[in-house]
Design a binder for this molecule. Structure first.
Ligand SMILES: Cc1ncc(COP(=O)(O)O)c(C=O)c1O
Length: 347
């Protein structure tokens, strides 16, 4: 399959073992590093810490969605779509990465962002505009189940009437096609660890719309790798577990994988004392400063700072043994930091 750019690649990824359309977007493999200084800072009983740098996937400040969009926008191009539509919060990293992908592949991009246009345009929203996306505001900060999907379909119908060929990308690109990005990612890190002659016991990351988590879960099963995956939540505390179960089943069915993932494989945690989506507390502020000032690595207050804060909290409470090795998966979000300067500084 060839895109108009001649860049589409149909290929057989190893554990995926499926012919699926994928466009090259991410700088892969992303680096895998030791966090020696942070470990030292966290004290004697801190486990060995490594970090997977998916903040360095490259496209328009990077992040985890770039891996998923390689497959989802790859699929959109095979349908002949010329416009992609997706949704998220005003500071959605997923929307920014979708807008960048669309720009690179000559597609129009419509973003349905929750809420109203803010007075100050910054962070991801600034980049969405610079990347040429058309922005529609949903008018409400929260919507009942199904309402956003209905709005996406209305936008698609309007675009069809204008003669466009729209393709809807779900929230977070978390469907079986997007999940392929993290099935691959887990295989990537598996080989990196082998090359380093090292092993890890756990992977900790932020689980939001679930695709990253499910991809890792399925990828590890396909590899026969018994690594414990712990997703830290920042939203959907009641609904995410069922969403992950459903996406796991849908993905296994979609690719016809011969694996068995049970609810015992799914570990979802909330950092103690944390608040709902986007609320910044000392947990995130402390994590952001500690990793910045010990390693020169930037995490954001909504996603990766919440996950790192949760990890640090668990280390401090003696949840993990100092003999363990833990991989913190940095999923990006750097641009969102700039929209939260006051909260992060505690002003
Ligand atoms: C920076 C960052 N990390 C993690 C996630 C969560 O990934 P997923 O939606 O695949 O669970 C997101 C989702 O928007 C994100 O922007």
């Amino acid at each position: 399959m060839q895109s108009t750019h001649g860049e589409m690649i149909n290929h057989r990824d190893s554990v995926l073992a499926h012919d699926i359309s994928r466009i090259p977007l991410a700088f892969l493999p992303t680096p895998l590093e030791e966090l020696h200084n942070l470990r030292q800072l966290l004290g004697d009983n801190c486990p060995r810490l490594l970090i997977k740098r998916d903040d360095q996937t490259g496209l328009a400040t990077g992040g985890n969605k770039v891996r998923k969009l390689e497959y989802v926008v790859g699929d959109a191009l095979t349908t002949g779509a010329n416009t992609v539509i997706t949704t998220g919060s005003a500071q959605s990293n997923h929307c920014r990465q979708t807008a960048a992908t669309a720009a690179k592949y000559g597609l129009d991009c419509v973003l349905l962002l929750r809420g109203h246009e803010p007075e100050h345009i910054n962070g991801n929203l600034l980049l969405d505009k610079l990347l040429g996306a058309t922005i529609r505001w949903s008018g409400k900060p929260q919507h009942p189940t199904g309402e956003i999907d209905a709005m996406l379909h209305t936008i698609a119908d309007e675009l069809r009437e204008e003669g466009k060929k729209p393709y809807i990308i779900p929230l977070g690109a978390s469907n079986p096609i997007g999940t392929a990005g993290y099935i691959n990612a887990i295989e990537e890190v598996y080989h990196q660890l082998q090359a380093m002659n090292t092993s890890i016991d756990r992977i900790i990351f932020l689980s939001g719309s679930g695709g990253t988590h499910v991809g890792m879960l399925i990828g590890a099963k396909l590899l026969g790798w018994d690594v414990r995956l712990e997703g830290i939540m920042n939203s959907g505390f009641e609904t995410l577990p069922a969403k992950i179960v459903k996406l796991t089943h849908d993905t296994i069915e979609h690719y016809n994988f011969d694996i068995n993932v049970t609810e015992n494989d799914i570990h979802l945690l909330a950092a103690a004392g944390t608040h709902s989506y986007g609320v910044v507390t000392d947990l995130e502020r402390n994590a952001i400063r500690k990793i910045a000032q010990s390693e020169g690595i930037i995490v954001d207050p909504v996603y990766t700072g919440r996950a790192l804060g949760g990890l640090m909290q668990r280390i401090q409470s003696g949840e993990y043994s100092s003999d363990e090795a833990i991989l913190f998966w940095h999923t990006g979000g750097t641009s969102g930091l700039f929209a939260k300067a006051d909260d992060v500084l505690g002003n």
